[in-house]
Design a protein around this ligand. Structure first.
Ligand code: GKR
Ligand code: MG
Length: 425
């Protein structure tokens, strides 16, 4: 089976005013939707970042893959490497909180975007679920966690009406957000995004309130490296006993290693271990105990399985990181997670934050039941593209002026003197 046609479509969908270490989400998130058509008429789907530097590579790949065998993943990798090298001069910095958009990840993330679509095409052609190409499902239902954000009620500059979640600034509001997200999706684990301008003590108070409201739920807090070692040590003392793991409290492999040495608290990351070289360095100094994988920048579904195997070999836990995404990514995450035997923690997903009318797959948003996304027997990823929705979200992309995610620029609309400073606290 040869590749007959490739189409990469940038899209934009509404995103809530979620606070984080860089600042605040912009009113729209960007993604790329990838369609890979084989000469047998089947179409494989992929979803990746939509930021300009990533999009430039994905677009440049459109012509170079036609005629390649859909089974030739080594050939795909070689063509990605060639394309990235030919574009090297045009590269600009990527968003810090979306590690996959960083220039050093260009090959891994472009390869991943097409690898998923190639695997989807292969599986559809064989009439089997994609997970079977990954060795088969060790679980049919993949657990995800409630991913909470401190947030404003509305954007300062959006032209659309406020999202349905309302403000979440006080601990009581954060508990209400959790209750609603759990009620709607059945999540059993809870993660709070921290590192925001509200400060570590306020965020620790939110965790205390969550602990009281949900005494049994595993809890995580993720300040995205925005706390100094001293602050991380102080908050570790406050939250000792409340956390399942402490995610990226402080920057760098050295800082994380020192924090673990002094507290013994399990540390998770999607920031200091983002490739195999950082994995090696982390293992050498025991910087982290849980790696949050993300196929979008770890080089695809098969490399994510290799990462999981390495975690097993070195006695580390493995789970999954997420940025704002739609259903194709959710199903790619679910298929690979279903094929990872040592996945012992509920994965992250931003999916509940995405609006009902902005899913790009047929049938609308995928259900999350009992906190899990299920693998079905449908071929490939098990989802079909809704071309009308794709066209609508592409129009939306064309109508806005955001071309790369920039949460700092957005925060300056609220606070003109807002600066990039890490760690801030
Ligand atoms: O969407 O604000 C956000 C998150 O902070 C995201 O960008 C991070 O990459 O969710 C991510 C994380 O776990 O660090
Ligand atoms: Mg994180």
């Amino acid at each position: 089976m040869k590749i007959k046609r490739i189409k990469v479509t940038p899209i934009a969908f509404r995103d809530a005013p979620l606070l984080n270490a860089s600042g605040i989400h912009e009113p729209y998130a960007l993604r790329s939707i990838i369609e890979v058509e084989g000469d047998n008429g089947h179409i494989g789907l992929g979803e990746s970042y939509g930021d300009a530097p990533v999009l430039a590579v994905l677009k440049a790949m459109e012509g170079s893959l036609v005629g390649l065998s859909a089974w030739d993943l080594n050939g795909l990798r070689a063509r990605v490497v060639e394309t990235v090298a030919s574009l090297a001069d045009g590269v600009v910095a990527g968003a810090e909180l979306a590690p996959g958009s960083h220039p050093s990840k260009q090959v891994a993330n472009a390869y991943s975007a097409f690898e998923v679509a190639f695997l989807d095409l292969q599986a559809r052609s064989l009439g089997i679920p994609l997970v079977e190409l990954l060795g088969g499902a060790v679980r049919r239902e993949v657990p995800f966690s409630a991913y909470l954000f401190l947030k404003y009620a509305e954007h300062i500059d959006a032209t659309y009406k406020p999202d349905r979640w309302g403000e979440a600034i006080s601990p009581e509001q954060v508990v209400a957000q959790a209750a609603r997200m759990i009620e709607e999706n059945g999540f059993q684990s809870i993660k709070l995004k921290a590192g925001t301008l509200l400060g570590p003590d306020h965020e620790a108070a939110c965790i205390k309130a969550l602990r009281q409201a949900f005494p049994e739920a595993p809890l995580r807090i993720d300040p995205n490296g925005n706390w100094s070692l001293e602050t991380s040590l102080r908050i570790a003392e406050v939250l000792a006993g409340d956390l399942q793991y402490y995610e990226d409290p402080t920057p760098g492999l050295d800082g994380m290693a020192e924090l673990h040495r002094r507290t013994g608290i399990p540390l998770a990351t999607n920031m200091v271990v983002t490739d195999f070289d950082e994995f090696r360095r982390s293992v050498a100094q025991n910087s982290v105990q849980i790696v949050l994988a993300d196929h979008h920048y770890w080089g695809g579904l098969r490399d994510t399985q290799i990462l999981a195997r390495m975690c097993d070999t070195f006695g580390l836990g493995v789970s999954m990181h997420s940025n704002s995404h739609l259903g194709i990514s959710l199903m790619a995450m679910t298929h690979v997670a279903a094929a990872v035997p040592n996945l012992a923690y509920a994965c992250d997903t931003h999916y509940p934050w995405q609006e009902e009318d902005e899913e790009v797959i047929q049938g609308g948003k995928l259900p999350i039941r009992n906190g899990c996304v299920a693998i079905t027997d449908a071929p490939g990823l098990g989802v079909e593209l809704d071309q009308d929705q794709l066209a609508k979200l592409h129009e939306q992309f064309l109508a806005i002026d955001i071309r790369s995610r920039d949460d700092v620029r957005q925060m300056r609309k609220y606070q003109p003197d807002w600066e990039t400073r890490k760690p801030r606290f």
